[in-house]
Structure formats: C-alpha cells, structure tokens
Design a protein around this ligand. Sequence first.
Ligand code: ADP
Ligand code: MG
Length: 773
Amino acid sequence: MVVLVWVPAEDGDFLALDLGGTNFRVLRVKVSDNGLQKVEMENQIYAIPEELMRGSGVQLFDHIAECLANFMDKLKIKDKKLPLGFTFSFPCHQTKLDESILVTWTKGFKCSSVEGKDVVSMLRKSIKKRGDFDIDIVAVVNDTVGTMMTCGYDDHNCEVGLIVGTGTNACYMEEMRHIDLVEGDEGRMCINMEWGAFGDDGVLNDIRTEFDREIDMGSLNPGKQLFEKMISGMYMGELVRLILVKMAKEGLLFGGRLTPDLLTTGHFETRYVSAIENFARRLHKTVRKLLPDCEIRFVRSEDGSGKGAAMVTAVAYRLAAQHKARQKILEALKLSHEQLLEVKQRMRVEMEKGLGKETHAEAAVKMLPTYVCSTPDGTEKGDFLALDLGGTNFRVLLVRVRNGMRRGVEMHNKIYSIPVEIMQGTGEELFDHIVHCISDFLEYMGMKGVSLPLGFTFSFPCQQNNLDEGILLKWTKGFKATGCEGEDVVNLLKEAIHRREEFDLDVVAVVNDTVGTMMTCGYEDPYCEVGLIVGTGSNACYMEEMRNVELVEGEEGRMCVNMEWGAFGDNGCLDDIRTEFDVAVDELSLNPGKQRFEKMISGMYLGEIVRNILMDFTKRGLLFRGRISERLKTRGIFETKFLSQIESDCLALLQVRSILQHLGLETTCDDSIIVKEVCTVVARRAAQLCGAGMAAVVDKIRENRGLDFLKVTVGVDGTLYKLHPHFSTVMHETVKQLSPKCEVTFLQSEDGSGKGAALITAVACRIREAGQR
Ligand code: ADP
Ligand code: MG
C-alpha cells in the first residue's frame, strides 16, 4: 500500500530498480516540467544468476548493490545522492512508503532469510557495507502501482493500475476510512489487490472448467492463484491447446488428427492467441458493458514497472518538499513556551503602564477603572432593570434577585431592533428610541409607573469617573449617532427620560460586558474575580488593588479594572510575533494599527487570517493546485464559525470538503487536510495568546496579595470561546503552564451582559443601603 494521491508536475532526477519481472533492471529517470511534461530514461538489464535466486538474501542484495554501483559508475553519478524508487513485484506487507516486508517469494526466487523481513533495510545495509556511494531509498512499489503512477503522469484521472502479463494483478485508490489495517480516516491510499489469488477459497469453482483444473494441477503452485491462471499470459496458450486437443480427440477438429506438436505442453504460446484475438479490445468492451454509467479510459503504460517507481519517488519527493514549505510558513504561527512566557511578561508590563498615573496617557492597554468595587455576596435582593446595548440587538431586561432560601436570579427580557437611521441619526433620536423601548417593556410587563434602579451595559469604550457615569470615547460596530462622543451616556439617557415625562428611573451603573460577565459568574462562585470575553472581539477585566489603580483616589479595597486588552501590541510590542498574515488582516480592517492583540484572537478576525494563509499557500503552488479562485480573494468569506465546523472532531474529511465547496472552493482530499491544519494552527495560537494574557492577569492578582498560591475563577462569555471545539481546552492548558502557582477555574457565564448589569446594580444598591443605615 502506498500513501499517495496523484498531483501533476514532478521534477527531478531519480534512480529506479525493477525486480520481479522477466529481467532485473537499473534505471535513471529524469522528469522535467517546463510547460511540457517530459520524461527521459536510461536503463540497463543485469542478470541474476540462478544460484543467487536460491542463495542467501544477503548475497542477493549485495549483488543488487553491485549492479547499482556499476550503473552509477557508467553514468558518472556515483557522487550524487539521488532518490531511488524500488519496484519489487512480490507479495509484500507494506507498513510505510519505504518499508516493505516480503510475505512470500514467487516467480522462481527462493533466497533464504528474506521472507518476513523489510527488503528496503536489507538493500540499505548492502549499500552501506560497500561505502562507495549513497542513495536515498524513498519508495518501494508493486508493478501495478508503478503502472498506475506512470499513466497518472499523463492522465490525472488515472486511479487504477492493471497488469496482464506473465501474471495478473491490480491496484486502485481506496478511501482511507475503508482501510482498517491502516490508522487514519483521511484521504486515500493505493491498495495492491493481489487479485490473482481470487478463487483460491473455491468461490470460482462453478465457472472453472476441466481445462482450468488441468492447468492448475500441472502448475508449480497447485490450488494457488486460480484467477490468475484463467487470465494471464503464462497460462492462456496452454488453455487453448488443451481445448484444441479435446476437440481433435472427439473428431470435431483437424479431421480428428492429433499432431505431436499439438500434444506438446507449452507448444501453443500465448502470442498465437494474441495474433488471432484482441485481448485489450475485448476487455474494454466487457468492462464498459458491465459498467454503463462509468466513463472508463484505458491508458497503456509505457514501462510502468521501471518508470513507475521513479514516478512514485518523484511524487513522494514533491509532497515531502511541499509539506516542508507549508510547515515553514506555519512555523511562524506556532508559539513556543518561551514566546508565550514572553507575551505574558509583556502584558504585565503594559498593565503596569495603563495603571500608572504618569504612564496611563500613552499606554496601549488602558486599564480603565470601572468603579465596581465588590462582587455579589448573595445578600443582594430586589427588582432591577437592565439595558444591553452594543451587540447585534438592543435588549431591555427585568431582573429579580432573591436572597436567603430562594436565592437566585429570574429574568424577563425583550429584544428591540435599532433601525440604521437611528443608529446613525442624532443622539437625541437614539436615546429617545431607547426610552421608548423601556416604556414599551414596562407596559408589556405590567409595571408602568414603577421606578426601579437600572444598570446599563454599554459595550463601547468609555472613560468612567463614577459607577454611574460613562463618557463615550468612540462609537464602534456601526453606531454613529451624533452628539454622543465625549458625553456621559447616563446623562444622555436621563435627559431622554425627562423629555418623555412618563416615568423615572434611577440609573445606578454603567457596565462593560467583561464586568457584567465577571459579576454574573461571581454570583455563583465567590472566587470569580476575573471576566473574559472571546466573541466578536476580546477583552478582560479583574479585581485590582485600589492602591495600584493610580487614576482613582484611595488606597483601600479593590476595584474592577476594564483592561481593554484588545489594544495590547498597538505600541509595537508584539511585532516580533505578528506574522505577515496578521499585518495583512490589520491593514484591510476598519481600524488599521488598532486592537492588534484582539485581531490575533477574536472571532471577527480568525477566519480572515486563515483565508490569507490559504491565499499565500495557493500563490506558492502548495494548495488548490496553485489556482486562486475569485471566491478565495473575497474578504470575509471564511467566517470564524467555519473554523469551528472544520475542526469539529466528529466531522469526516468529506464534510470539510463540502464546507469548502459550499464556499466555492474546489478541493481535493489533500487540500481539505491542509485547510484543516491551517484552521487548527490559527485557532490554537489564538487560544494560547489569550491564555498568555490571562496568565499575566491571574499572576498579578496572586502577587498583589503576596500569595504563593492563588485559587481564582474566571467568568467567560463569547461565542468563539463557547462554540469552538478546542479553543477553551488550549487556553486552559496555556494558563496552567504559564501560571503554575495559580489554580484557575473557568466558568461560562450565562448572559453575562444582561444579567451582569442588574447584579452590579443590586450590589451598588446593597452597599448604598448599608451606607445609609
Ligand atoms: P459579541 O462578541 O458581539 O457580543 P458573540 O459573543 O456572540 O457576540 O460573538 C459573535 C462572534 O463569534 C461572531 O462575530 C463570530 O466571529 C464568532 N462566531 C460565531 N459563531 C461561531 C462559531 N460557531 N464558532 C466560533 N466562532 C463563532
Ligand atoms: Mg457579548
């Protein structure tokens, strides 16, 4: 069996050995592909003396090495270490392309101590012993495989090899998933059928005639190769002779006369049959009649066994070279433990800059104070309203928080769309719309006129000087309403409520989604002091010591810091690990140069990174047969959800192929394997980088508290984290490796952005009430 799939265009200079046919030969095959595929061959037949065919295996392989040396001397190529393909046409158990264990000798060979051994390593030993030349044995093949490969060179649809000579045999490309003897389900592998043995168990007995039985009985291997004995050149002439004899004996032919010639075994040679009957034409006709729905082309191979071995070698060589080239490119996206440690340390440095009073202004990682100073303790209670603005939808929620025996959170929510003309109209229109939605919601809940504390999840970058104040730094995600940037969004909301004069609301908190996530998980798990988002974008928050939050007065206690870590690297500190693909994705984005860390991690960008790599591979001829389709050039076609689908463990390769085909990308099985690998590498790097950032956070918390060991929980939200099959596992492992002194638990938040805002409001109200008492 041979692990190859045919792809055109080979190049190079190869040696081949052909053992197992009528003659033993050494060949040199030069293949060139300068637009015109061309093959040049030189070959030399060497005798193998009778006594060697029955001598020791070592002697046989020494002789083969001797012949090789002689051939290379003559061609003056002894100093070149050429790749060699070995056509060895005996039944073998093949475990690798360059390892073939002889099952049994046939065709007159009977050398001792070879059966059960790998013929390649025997040949290597004999060559090494000489020491006068070196070659690289790349592949062992059967003559059927050689034939398939030789024809495949001219016709890329050739996936079957057939030999009808002295003996008969066939091979074809089988799906890996049907080959139980070999691990792996992806792609195809050529199977050497050894079909000559068909019928040896008796299944052909009803169609075998008295003549077939007579041939078998008189053969060297009675009972064996029964199918072969009905087909191949070694027996066909004799079959005809036996029939003629019988007819003559019964007076039906030659006037009943039996000449001595007719009675001589072997006198009627197979070539006489050929002179009368065209075997090939009849074979083709029969196959086509049996398979009317298949279009079958028969291509006659030209020296399949010799040239074929060189072809297999050439393909194996090219595949290895291409594999190497792809690995070299992907290498840049594979981060070592040292590199990840470095990322962790740099994140730590950037965190300090963002927190420091002097360094904050120019810091890339802003470390924004949130004025959230404590996590839920379970005593919170009451009804709260929450708004969630910043995702695809705008939502209004009613959240009922209970304490004591019935401790828990109950939510009702309604989704409202925000029309584009409002997103991009005036600020007043936008906030009037929001208040209109709140009014509708209160009516829907039958709570009109009730005044409730409100938490506002507002997932745009904000500068906060108070829990209930958020100055919008910049709109993103398609929002563009005028008169909002630089304003406090709580004020804008309050003004709109006053304009409506219908109800009053007590806006208690403005919350980032990371903080909401931390709070939501914190309600279930008191160790939760970190929040993480890996969705469209990526960001994190955590509880920092007040003494380190230099932008805010006060030394006591802790405050949650919204890191805005997506901007990590915007000062160039990650340039050494960013690849040309990251640069390309950044340059074509809406905010070039910004959010560089986020662009290596989050859902909005991973698909684009993959697409850029696939384009590069294709340009270099390492994928899609070098053809860049219009689809592949289209930005955004490769969505991050495809990464999840393609990497899903239970997905067979055929399904990967159909996903790619759905994207308009024509692929082979090999292409699918490559695309899958690219997806794996890109998602893995994303998860590792995210893990390195998280390691910096948890270690800082540990050091803040002067602990040798920290137990902490991270609340996580985001579709990429939740739905990608491997992202979370890889990220967890990375944190474990980079922060061995922390035991980190990851808790998936359930609706962090909605519920979280209400919980923050509840905590704020609890504290306010405690203060009033
Ligand atoms: P947001 O971050 O906007 O609040 P989500 O957390 O739902 O929203 O993340 C949405 C992003 O997740 C999409 O932009 C997309 O990139 C990514 N995504 C969607 N489906 C999948 C999936 N099956 N696997 C991985 N990523 C996905
Ligand atoms: Mg979200």
